[in-house]
Design a binder for this molecule. Structure first.
Ligand code: ADP
Ligand code: ADP
Ligand code: ZN
Ligand code: ZN
Length: 755
């Protein structure tokens, strides 16, 4: 093989902030990209390498087929050579609704179905008979969903009241309303008796009574009307009926009165009674799918039927992959849209590990997210396994424990945005540790544990929490301090904080990684409100109307309506995005661009990175708010974003930090954050900690779910969940200061803190 084919070679890459970057990525090796957030790692790995691989793959199809595929633009680079097929394994959530489960998405469930169709007793036929997505297999009562929508009686009724005093909370029956009058005048009920005192029969008549005639006085005339049980009526209209035929507002207004309960026929198992009657070693397929993977693998291993052998082998291999990657606490029946980003990424890995493809380029985006330090070695083994099968593995990662398995490291920097976009180091892990780059220097440092702790002002109690795997957990969260919740993946951290705590204390600011910005026009300037002030400044200086400077109004370029780009819908293709020919991407009419503030047009300002804007604006000339908001963006490590960069281009970690920036000035609040170090380089984490400390110093209560040891060491208080994931977790292992955690023998986190 020619030497040049040993590398993927990239010349003159210029996507986003890249400055004519040229590099070679060794094939069939693990290459890890490091560098501060915004330095350009994704621009190389995703926007250049993966994008070109996808485009080249599409080019191999005939013109006819290509017409049905999305069209990808060529990345901005002089040459990209020796690519193989690339598979991007990212943290994007696996959608798919209730029909998509861990079992279906990994194909493990289809093997299980095959197994049941071959050796299940009594014999049930085709493997489709075990598919809850197939009419042959699904429970006829719930159509394979396992749940049925019902009326939430707790919300519908206040049973301590009588009908005349407003026992029915659903607005259609509020006191004096039309619906209420019909009930009251029907003569069927004791209007002054509290519902609590109703007999079974009276209650049944109220909720499920057959349609009955009611004579009513209406404007002096007697009219005949029909009424029926209030729950049956509601359910006929909004549950069994087509709720979609009502306005969105109506749909929203009735939603709170509905619940999702398990289906009464299949009890949540989703399958037909025939399928559920078919068993192997005493278990039906739904029972196996509900088991946690480490328990399931034992049941499968114990199957002795020789006809089953090939299917047993295949199941054991795939289930072992799930265990290897640290997902042993999940069950096959778990719906994929309830998985975290990190879990979704690991599920995608399992899928590829089972594949026999070779010479594929796998691209990972911070695969260590959501993993406890104890489990990171499992991830490393998996990356190595993929490589040893003959694949090229490319990883963007910040965790030194993952970086150390790299065959080759590419460090991008030196800083973010326009101050980044170059390669500052290429070589082995050993050489990286001696490199004089931000990454190299930080590889050798470690943060000490704090020696003094903030004192709690009070406490917020979580009592008898039982969400998911929590074993009746009661725990106090100290207020006015920084609490870090730790524990292995699946131990119950999110269940405790995002479900139980939020339910008991709803007045909490959750700063998560979900996308920000509702429209394609949202950007940091609009999101933070900076643009409103800047528009006023431009208007005042130029003596014109502020609305001219809004790209939502009359100053906007008419061709692109202020988007700067034009979307063209082509039959059978994804929308194609091209820069607007009229304004050249500047978004405004020429006339608007003639109005200047210190020689800059509004468009120039939108193209400024936050850092530059901080120098450009003078506190004396713009509202104080502008400087504070710019400073907040810079504080959370986003000083490389331009004011006009569409929010849709931000990563999950960046979204979390932009939300953090806009909440920073509040006092006396409770904040919840989930792995805020996502996407952050070791040097960025120092900045993040400074902000978090400022929040706590200002008297706020800060609760963070984190695996990062630097953050854990900086905590005032730690709640460690465990001991393991799933049913083996769900308990509080430790509460106290980081110093006390060091002495706690039964906590897994403790061991890693000591190292
Ligand atoms: P990293 O992956 O190292 O965090 P990125 O490659 O995502 O960095 O970003 C590098 C620079 O390019 C940053 O300044 C970022 O704001 C900018 N950038 C990234 N994506 C886009 C985009 N779609 N449009 C404009 N700028 C972008
Ligand atoms: P952590 O945040 O520590 O990773 P989680 O609270 O997400 O742990 O999960 C604890 C347990 O609850 C795990 O067994 C997980 O599979 C289960 N679990 C979490 N969310 C859901 C859900 N929406 N539906 C069913 N089980 C869930
Ligand atoms: Zn059912
Ligand atoms: Zn335009």
């Amino acid at each position: 093989m020619r030497l040049s084919q040993e590398y993927i070679s990239i010349r003159g890459a210029r996507e986003n902030n890249l400055k004519d970057v040229s590099l070679r990525i060794p094939k069939r090796k693990i290459t890890i990209f490091t560098g501060v957030s915004g330095s350009g790692k994704s621009s190389i790995v995703f926007d250049t390498v993966a994008a070109e691989a996808r485009r080249q793959l599409n080019e191999t199809f005939s013109t006819f087929v290509r017409n049905f595929l999305p069209r990808y633009a060529q990345p901005d680079a002089d040459a990209i050579e020796n690519l193989s097929m690339a598979i991007v394994v990212d943290q994007k959530h696996l959608g798919g609704g209730s029909s998509s489960t861990v079992g279906t998405i990994t194909d493990i469930y289809s093997v299980l179905r095959l197994l049941f169709s071959r050796v299940g007793q009594p014999f049930a036929g085709y493997s489709n008979a075990f598919s809850f997505n197939d009419p042959q297999g699904m429970c006829p009562e719930c159509n394979g969903i396992g749940r049925k929508i019902g009326v939430d009686l707790d919300k519908f009724l206040d049973t301590s009241k009588s009908l005349s005093s407003g026992a029915i909370l659903y607005p259609e029956y509020s006191v004096e309303s039309w619906g209420w009058n019909i009930l009251i005048q029907s003569g069927l009920f004791d209007n002054d008796k509290a519902l609590d005192d109703y007999s079974e029969e009276e209650m049944d008549r109220l909720l499920h009574g057959k349609p009955y005639k009611v004579k009513m006085d209406f404007a002096g005339k007697s009219v005949n009307l029909t009424s029926e049980g209030i729950v049956d009526k509601f359910s006929r209209k909004y549950i069994t009926g087509d709720v979609k035929s009502y306005s969105e507002r109506t749909q929203k207004s009735v939603e709170p009165y509905m619940t999702y309960g398990p289906c009464t026929l299949c009890k949540g198992a989703r399958l037909s009674q025939a399928a559920l009657g078919c068993k192997i070693d005493g278990y039906n397929i739904a029972q196996l799918a509900a088991m946690e993977v480490d328990e399931l693998i034992e049941v499968i291993r114990a199957i002795e039927n020789p006809i089953a052998a090939p299917m047993v082998a295949s199941l054991v291999e795939r289930l072992q992959h799930m265990i290897d990657i640290g997902l042993e606490y999940l069950s096959l029946s778990r719906e994929t849209d309830t998985l975290s980003g990190g879990e979704s990424q690991r599920i995608k890995m399992v899928k590829h590990l089972g594949s026999s493809l070779v010479d594929v380029t796998y691209v990972f985006d911070e695969p260590s997210i959501g993993m406890h330090p104890r489990d990171v070695h499992r991830l490393n083994e998996l990356l190595q396994k993929l490589r040893d099968k003959g694949n090229t593995v490319i990883v963007v990662e910040h965790d030194p424990d993952v970086i150390k398995v790299a065959d080759h490291v590419v460090d991008v920097g030196p800083f973010a945005g326009t101050r980044g976009g170059t390669i500052v180091f290429e070589g082995s892990y050993a050489d990286l540790r001696n490199a004089d780059t931000l990454t190299g220097r930080h590889m050798k440092q470690s943060t000490p544990i704090k020696s003094s702790w903030r004192a709690a002002k009070g406490k917020l109690s979580i009592t008898n929490a039982r969400a998911n795997n929590l074993h009746d957990v009661s725990v106090d969260i100290p207020t006015g301090v920084l609490t870090v919740v730790t524990g292995v993946a699946g131990s119950g951290k999110s269940s405790l904080i995002h479900q139980s705590f939020l339910r008991q204390h709803p007045d909490v600011i959750v700063i998560d990684q979900s996308p920000v910005g509702v429209s394609s026009r949202s950007n940091p300037a609009t999101y933070t409100g900076i643009l409103d002030e800047v528009r006023k400044t431009f208007a005042k200086v130029n003596k014109v109307s502020p609305s001219l400077f809004s790209f939502n109004s009359k100053g906007a370029c008419e061709n692109c309506q202020g988007l700067g780009v034009v979307y063209t819908d082509l039959a059978y293709m994804d929308e194609v995005k091209t820069p607007c020919e009229i304004c050249g991407g500047k978004r405004f009419k020429d006339e608007v661009l003639t109005y200047k503030f210190h020689d800059k047009s509004i468009s120039d300002v939108l193209n400024m990175p936050v850092r530059e804007a901080l120098e450009f604006f003078d506190a004396k000339e713009v509202a104080k708010d502008v400087m504070r908001k710019l400073q907040a963006l810079s504080d959370v490590g986003l000083d490389y974003l331009t004011l006009g960069q569409p929010l849709s281009t931000l990563s999950g970690g960046e979204c979390q930090r932009i939300k953090l920036a806009s909440e920073l000035h509040k006092k006396g609040s409770v904040y919840v954050m989930d792995e805020p170090t996502t996407g952050l380089h070791m040097s960025d984490i120092g900045h993040l900690l400074a902000i978090i400390n400022r929040l706590a110093d200002a008297g706020n209560t800060v609760i963070i779910i984190e695996h990062n040891l630097a953050v854990i060491k900086n905590a005032d208080w730690i709640i460690d969940m465990g001991p393991e994931g799933g049913s083996k977790g769900g308990r509080v292992m430790f509460e106290g200061t980081p110093q006390q955690l060091l002495d706690c023998k039964q906590s897994l986190t403790s061991a890693y803190l000591r190292d």
